[in-house]
Ligand binder design. Structure first.
Ligand SMILES: Cc1cc2nc3c(=O)[nH]c(=O)nc-3n(C[C@H](O)[C@H](O)[C@H](O)COP(=O)(O)OP(=O)(O)OC[C@H]3O[C@@H](n4cnc5c(N)ncnc54)[C@H](O)[C@@H]3O)c2cc1C
Length: 404
């Protein structure tokens, strides 16, 4: 067991957080900054350099600005110029969204591509420096019992812990959620995602501008972007595969299957498939939950994937967890009681997170048309809907949005 301990002068509430993922750590930082005493329990014994790229829009970066870590993240990441949707074989442009400086000027923060491990490490380092808070690794939150004036949290080492509030930031297979709502396991969406990173020196010099490329084709799409100051290139190749039987969350898979899935695709896609290490191809089964609006009780709530896991097609799962964290802290600080704060938090998060869940589920249909004609028509419709639709994601500042 490893514990990081810090001290703080003014303490308002004792908060236990299950899970030290991006959501749990952001919540811990927001709450500690507001003067609460936070205990985070993480079931993993150590943090590994796993995952791959994460796209973070201005909405997530606003919270990072509040926490004082956005410059650090900008220095580690890549700021793309635009998102390009392209035909999987011809490479013809279907739709473009401008990012870069115009996006930054408009929304007050950049759009960043980050390695998940970098984002996690920056949050962890910040956590170790602030106050009054402890992170314990290798301990699982097993269950809880709500009492009149506190919540008792049972841990995997047999200890029990009394707190004012328990936050289940324990991911898509949340133990806290299972106790609160009964067994409602996330459902396999019929999509699997290949993920990998490749050092850029293995790719052709003119491989790709500093953009997000999303090549869309029948029943599949492939998203590619740079990471770590353009030293790495990241790909996520999504394939509809309803019959897939190995539904483990993430498993090594043979390169030949990746190769076969994208065999007749555009040279930009082929280059990265050819360049990836043959023995480091990972295939993730993609699960999600249907939206729910009852993820809080008197002293227990959920956050991030535990509350509203989503397909990654809007690249917003982590961003939603980050927004949740800040809104939760503001809500409990503003409300007269913990229970009122949790209702205020949930009320102010439901509509937005449900919209991401349903839009992400629909985006697969848009990307995966079999007919080139249908695909073109669908993206023409997207262009017509235009900026108003695209703005709802970044045009949200969890630091200032009015809580009602
Ligand atoms: C292919 C793919 C691409 C993605 N791309 C993006 C993207 O570009 N942008 C974006 O914003 N999001 C993206 N996401 C989504 C994003 O990764 C998740 O939404 C985000 O990581 C959720 O964070 P979380 O903190 O809620 O949960 P998690 O990251 O799952 O963290 C949960 C933590 O809780 C721990 N834990 C579990 N159970 C317990 C317990 N009982 N007690 C204690 N600890 C426990 C786990 O070990 C883990 O550390 C992507 C996801 C996938 C699959």
């Amino acid at each position: 067991m490893v514990a990081f301990v810090c001290k703080h002068a003014s303490i308002h509430m004792k908060v236990v957080i299950a899970g030290a993922g991006i959501g749990g750590l952001t919540a811990a930082l927001c709450l500690a900054k507001a003067g609460h005493q936070v205990q985070v329990f993480e079931r993993a014994a150590e943090f590994l350099d796993i995952g791959a790229g994460i796209q973070c829009g201005a909405n997530a970066l606003h919270v990072m600005q509040y926490l004082g870590v956005s410059d650090q993240l900008a220095a580690l990441g890549v700021n793309p110029e635009r998102v390009e949707f392209r035909d999987y074989q011809t490479g013809d442009s279907l739709h473009t969204m401008i990012l870069g400086q115009p996006y930054h000027d408009r929304y007050g923060a950049p759009y960043l591509h980050l390695h998940r491990a970098d984002l996690h490490r920056v949050l962890l380092d910040a956590f170790k420096q602030i106050n009054s808070s402890v992170l314990t690794l290798g301990i699982k939150v097993e269950s809880y019992r709500e009492k009149a004036n506190s919540v008792e949290v049972a841990l995997s080492n047999g200890e029990r812990f009394d707190a004012d509030l328990l936050i289940g930031a324990d991911g898509i297979n949340s133990t806290v959620r299972a106790q609160m709502l009964g067994k409602s396991p996330a459902k396999f969406t019929g999509n699997v995602a290949w993920r990998g990173v490749v050092p850029v020196e293995r790719l052709p010099d003119d491989w790709m501008d500093t953009v997000v490329s999303n090549f869309v084709g029948p029943n599949k799409h492939m998203v590619m972007y740079y990471l770590r100051q353009k030293r790495l290139a990241n790909f996520v190749g999504v394939v509809e595969n309803k019959a897939w039987t190995n539904r483990s969350w993430s498993a090594k898979a043979p390169w030949e299957e990746l190769n076969n899935d994208f065999k007749d695709w555009h040279p930009t896609v082929r280059s990265i498939v050819d360049a990836v290490d043959r023995d480091s191809c990972y295939r993730w089964a993609l699960y999600d939950h249907r939206p729910i609006n009852n993820w809080s009780s008197e002293r227990v709530t959920l956050l991030g994937d535990a509350a509203h896991s989503t397909l990654p097609f809007m690249a917003s799962g982590a961003a939603m967890a980050i927004e949740d964290a800040r809104i939760l802290q503001r809500a409990i600080d503003q409300a007269p009681s913990v229970a009122d704060g949790l209702q205020l938090y949930q009320r102010n998060r439901f509509e937005r997170t449900a919209k991401i869940q349903t839009t992400s589920a629909r985006a697969g249909g848009l990307y995966h048309f079999n007919s080139r004609l249908m695909r073109k028509a669908a993206f023409t419709a997207v262009r017509t809907l235009g900026a108003r639709q695209e703005a709802y994601l970044p045009d949200y500042d969890a630091n200032t949005v009015k809580l009602v």
